[in-house]
Design a protein around this ligand. Structure first.
Ligand code: ZN
Length: 234
């Protein structure tokens, strides 16, 4: 099945991945869609009525049945209230990102970015690694802090992709100057939770284009596999 619509076209297991780019921070919102027409939205970043309408148009007839967060920075939760209101799905987020979630509306105001009142989420005990049931398929959640204290990534091993949020970007890494950020922790998360995946795995990022594990191991100037990146010196 080909991915499509607004998304990166991906040939994957039985599920289809789509993405949209929303808001002033150009955040990537992902949708995992099963063959039976159900979907889980990851990091809903739609920030106004026009973006909500674009999301609904491109959804076609997918029934959104879940909402997962890689982390709770304001650009990744901007559409959480809308998803809860429209589809009845509150976000599932790691407990370790509780402070980030609670601070998101205030952070929004600092950036001149109004966020609707966030719904009470489902706090998940996501630490280490565990396998989640994702519309009948196995998706592994891996704890990968450093950009945010409760950041996780979602790995579909059969389909060979990881939704990496703001941990790793194409030839860049997530910023570590926000509350709870830590560059050394981020570097360790990338090496332990991402660079142990096979090189052909696609990396779908919270901002910017997708990449692969192999490309980042070879070319990422911050955390290349040779250990000579900017975050690996001194
Ligand atoms: Zn972030």
């Amino acid at each position: 099945m080909a991915g499509g619509g607004a998304g990166v076209g991906c040939e994957i297991w039985r599920m289809e991945l789509k993405h949209w780019t929303f808001g002033p921070f150009q955040e990537n919102t992902w949708l995992i869609r099963s063959a039976d027409g159900r979907g889980i939205v990851i990091d809903p970043g739609m920030s106004n009525a026009a973006e909500e309408a674009r999301f609904e148009r491109d959804l076609e007839d997918v029934e959104v049945v879940g909402c997962w967060l890689t982390h709770a920075h304001l650009d990744h939760v901007a559409g959480a209230a809308y998803i809860a209101r429209k589809f009845g799905c509150v976000p599932q987020v790691a407990k370790a990102d509780a402070a980030t979630y609670q601070q998101a509306p205030l952070a929004g105001r600092v950036y001149g970015f109004e966020i609707a009142d966030l719904p009470e989420p489902t706090w998940c005990d996501w630490s280490g690694r565990q396998v989640l049931d994702c519309l009948g398929e196995a998706v592994e959640v891996r704890f990968a802090p450093g950009h945010a204290p409760g950041h996780v990534v979602f790995v579909h091993h059969e389909a060979q992709w990881v939704i990496a949020g703001d941990v790793l970007f194409r030839e860049s890494v997530g910023r570590t100057d926000l509350p709870g950020g830590d560059a050394e922790v981020l570097r360790r998360s990338i090496e332990r939770e991402l660079f142990d995946l096979p090189e052909e795995f696609a990396v779908h990022c919270g901002h910017g284009p997708s990449t692969t594990i192999g490309h980042e191991k070879a070319r990422n100037p911050f955390v290349n596999a040779a250990g000579s990146g900017m975050m690996q010196r001194g």
